[in-house]
Write a protein that binds this ligand. Sequence first.
Ligand SMILES: [Zn+2]
Length: 387
Amino acid sequence: MYDVLIKGGRVIDPAQNLDGALDVAINGDRIAAVSRDISTQEGKQVIDAKGKIVTPGLIDIHVHCFDSVMKIALEPDVAGVKHAVTTVVDGGSAGEATFNVFPKYILPNAKTSVFCFLHLCSLGLIPEPELRGWEEVNLDGMAATIEANKTIIKGVKLRLVGKLVASAGIEVVKAAKKIAGQFGLPIMIHIGDIDKQVPASLTPECLNAMEAGDIVAHMYSGNQGGALRPDGTVLPELKAAMERSVILDPANGRSNFSFAVARKCLAEGILPTVIGTDLNHRCLKDRTYSLPVNMSRFMALGLDLNQVVAMTTINAARAIREEDRLGSLKPGMAADVSILELQSGAWTLIDTPGETIKIDQLLMPVTAIKSGEATQAEPVALPPRAN
Ligand SMILES: [Zn+2]
């Protein structure tokens, strides 16, 4: 007898090379079995997933959920379980001076699991653009914060924007590398500067300094210091970074994604490793919407369903080093499952420069199962219908 039985869905679990009609059984907070035709008699609670897609719990590797502290931040469950996403990673909203709000007030109130990147700036993203000078960097304070929050903090965040980065350049990247390296953690680097303060030459220099496991956020940014050289060709350092197993994340948000740049990069084989949304209040109802919508966006750009599921499950779990627990439906893993429906129709997506495309398939969130407990999705935002 199982506590929960998810019956009749198309199970896609790239970590196990599974794609087929399978049932998923859960006991307590663990996956108990994935197999063909488990009898409904065997489930105390049976979830009918006929016609639906069943995946390991989706992981959004870049959101802003420093709720009630950072003005544009969302509640974790808006980025998370309401859109059938079971884990979100905050992309550096907090720094060492503000981080304690996460364990004390945000994590206990969220159904969705929350991990964080700790910003190099002590105040996190509050001063935006942050890092006005070295006085906003406190490596000892960061060390103490990471030490005290090892199960939550998954790396160090730095954006290549603002006064300090504009003047001190690669030295700021080195400071982030140093503190992250002290704890064996990756850095997450935001490329592209809408304020055009930071010289574009810093981006290739920074990409060259990044190592396997470090994360490039906004890989398809058309902003100054984004993915392109001034002549409009793709930075060769981006592909070189990908080949060294640096993790690439589109993290679209409102200001960081261009279809034209994405097409150029994809034509050169520069694919995302993971798909983050950079979801926040500014882009929730304008351009970004949710992780399933962004998975659909990349399907419209030529990736297949199995690829986008891999990017949002096992690849994301590896990026935050939780692959022993998350990102797959292997028996013994956490009972985090996402149920989605691939709908046909016509919707419009828009990028940062304003290019619109029409998509004909949309992944709709249906249910999030978090630690064995099901939550019906309530999509807060969806792209507009196209004619
Ligand atoms: Zn962000």
